[in-house]
Structure formats: structure tokens, C-alpha cells
Design a protein around this ligand. Sequence first.
Ligand code: GAR
Length: 201
Amino acid sequence: MKPLGLGILGSGKGSNCRAILESIRAGTLPAAARIVISDVFDAQILEIAREFSVSNVYLPPGQFRTRLDLEAETELVRMLRDAEVELVVLAGFMRVLKAPMLEAFPRQIINIHPSLLPTFPGLEAWKQALAAGETITGCTVHYVDEKIDHGDIIAQREVPILPNDSAETLHARIQIAEHELYPEVIAQLCGQRSSSPRSGF
Ligand code: GAR
């Protein structure tokens, strides 16, 4: 079976990207990371890509703070297509994608978010869960649409909130769950592709 071509986008430390690359290396994820792209010049995710010998690119985002400008997003589509990416994996990518990406990769962009969506979209979701006095939170993998942290949910994993959790301890436990869930979900999508040639890929 031909491995599924992944393009991984991130703005930060890249621990989910590392979990995905480690799963590919371990042979548990039948995918190939074709390119890692960041909107942050010195993001650690680019360093991780280099560590795994994956092609990596800094994409200057343009003038806006929460999205790419049109030129940058058009360039992003071009880079992903040139790299023969079939599934776009957002791993801590902190900009909203717009029409150029959503139209170029319909139902082929997924995101991971540190809450049980639709509860607590947005920034620092684990702090929102703590402040709301929840006893359970978790993480969600979902298809990306035009709204922030929104779109059909593919899978979720629950994480209990312990009585003496701080924001840091809770986020660390959610990230452990993320690192298990994201490679598993991508592997599941690889399986769907091979059993249904007309799926989104
Ligand atoms: C992850 O916890 C991910 O769920 C979150 O950013 C973090 C990136 O960590 N994403 C969002 O909040 C999206 N709204 P990483 O760079 O170590 O993978």
C-alpha cells in the first residue's frame, strides 16, 4: 500500500508532529511526512522536521495576526501540492485557514484541539476547562472548516481533571493523550483510503 502523503503545519513546539514522525518511523503509521511548514521562523517544529530529515519550510504569514494573507495562503497550497500532500495535518497551527486551502483540500485537512469540542474552542482550552470547574476534559481530532476549532469530529479522548491540577499539569496530561490519539486517527484515515478509493484523498 502506498503511504499516505502528509503535510504537517504548526506554529510552536511540535510535540504532536514528533509523535506522528515517531509513529511513521516505528512502522505503526503507514504514512509519509512530505513536508513540515510553519508560520513562525524559529518554531521548534521546524527543528523536529530537520531531526527526522523531513523537508521543512518557513512560510512568512503576511500582515494579519490570526490568518495568512491571500498571497501566503496561495503559496501554502502550491507548496503542499508540489510536495504531493494528500492529508494536511494541523499540529498547533495557530492561524485560521480560509477558502484557498479549504477549496484545495476539501475534507483533507484535520486538526487536533485540547478540549472535548464543541466545548472550549479557542486558545488555552485546558485553562478554560479548569476555570469552568469541569472534572473531565480531553482532546479532539476533527476535520477543518471555516470556523475556529470547528468541523466534523473524527475522534476524542477523555482526560480527567484531578483536584490539585494546575494549568501546566493538566495540559501535560492532555498532550500525552494527544500524542496517542493523533497518530491513531491518521492511521485510521490511511486504512479508510485503502478500503475506499473514492474517499476524500
Ligand atoms: C496542542 O495541544 C494542540 O492541541 C493545540 O496546540 C498544541 C500544540 O502543541 N492546538 C490548538 O489549541 C488548536 N486550537 P505541539 O506544538 O506541542 O504539538
